[in-house]
Ligand binder design. Structure first.
Ligand SMILES: NC(=O)c1ccc[n+]([C@@H]2O[C@H](COP(=O)([O-])OP(=O)(O)OC[C@H]3O[C@@H](n4cnc5c(N)ncnc54)[C@H](OP(=O)(O)O)[C@@H]3O)[C@@H](O)[C@H]2O)c1
Length: 252
């Protein structure tokens, strides 16, 4: 069953990792998917994977910290696929390592807030007016378990930005519910993306795994399945929630 038939979905930051898994699953479920990132080779490769599986995709490059680039991406999508039904604002990254508060550089602070919180704000700002006009739309944002369970080892600017995304999503949900638009937020724990597979040494993977009541680390597909549920009509009465895709790690 293709539960996203006739839907157009933009997944920002789908050139790799979690975003690529969401893009592939949405396409399998019948959506026409916009694959986005800055790396043009990587987005073309995800588009090719989707098309080789019989799915429909286009790809667009844009820097989501720049509103004019997001606007031009939106125009390009609307010319090719028409207006989007589902926006997954997934692009983001942690730019500075955990450490004492006073050692955070101003530059690192601004860059991290910019690529996570501001980028999510600018992306939604571009697509929301059309959704309100059409009285339809579905927004999914991506925060992090880091912002659900702050500890002394949390990367501070990233955690603060992701906490901001959570509350921003809930305020949007409250504002746009009357327009039949839903907005929900997913908070993944450490996910075994290609990047994390390479970055995290095996001993640290084991230590991370031990922190989870469900004794394995998460995969991009775990996050994609949660996004699919939120994007589908099965979640038609669900808005303003924060979904921990975390193997229970935020409980302990
Ligand atoms: N992996 C985890 O353990 C984990 C856990 C919790 C939350 N998250 C969140 O989940 C999301 C995806 O993470 P991931 O691990 O899958 O990351 P990833 O593999 O590094 O992918 C990040 C994506 O964001 C895009 N991106 C970054 N900055 C951008 C910018 N300025 N303009 C446009 N695109 C930009 C990248 O595109 P290009 O490389 O093509 O520019 C890439 O597609 C992020 O928001 C991250 O904070 C991840």
């Amino acid at each position: 069953m293709n539960i996203l038939n006739n839907k157009v979905a933009l997944v920002t930051g789908s050139s790799s990792g979690i975003g690529a898994a969401i893009a592939r699953l949405f396409a399998q479920e019948g959506a026409r998917v916009v694959v986005h990132g800055r790396d043009t080779n990587a987005i073309s490769s995800v588009q090719a994977q989707i098309e080789s599986g019989g799915g429909k995709a286009m790809c667009v490059a844009a820097d989501v910290t720049k509103f004019d680039e997001i606007e031009s991406m939106r125009h390009q999508i609307e010319r090719t696929f028409g207006p989007i039904d589902i926006l997954v604002a997934n692009a983001g990254q942690n730019l500075i390592m955990p450490g004492p508060f006073e050692e955070i550089s101003e530059e690192g602070w601004h860059a991290t807030i910019n690529v996570n919180l501001t980028a999510t704000f600018l992306t939604i700002k571009s697509f929301l007016p059309g959704m309100k006009e059409r009285k339809a739309g579905n927004i999914i944002t991506i925060s992090s378990a880091a912002a659900r369970r702050p500890t002394s080892r949390s990367p501070i600017p990233y955690t603060a930005a992701k906490a901001g995304i959570q509350v921003m999503t809930q305020i949007i949900a409250a504002q746009v519910g009357p327009y039949s638009i839903r907005a929900n937020c997913i908070t993944p724990e450490t996910i075994l993306t290609e990047g994390n597979q390479q970055r995290i040494p095996d001993e640290q993977k084991q230590a991370l795994l031990d922190m989870h009541p469900i004794k394995r680390l998460g995969t991009p597909e775990d996050v994609a399945r949660a996004a699919l549920f939120l994007a589908s009509d099965d979640a038609a009465w669900i808005t303003g929630i924060i979904v921990d895709v975390a193997g229970g790690s935020v409980l302990v």
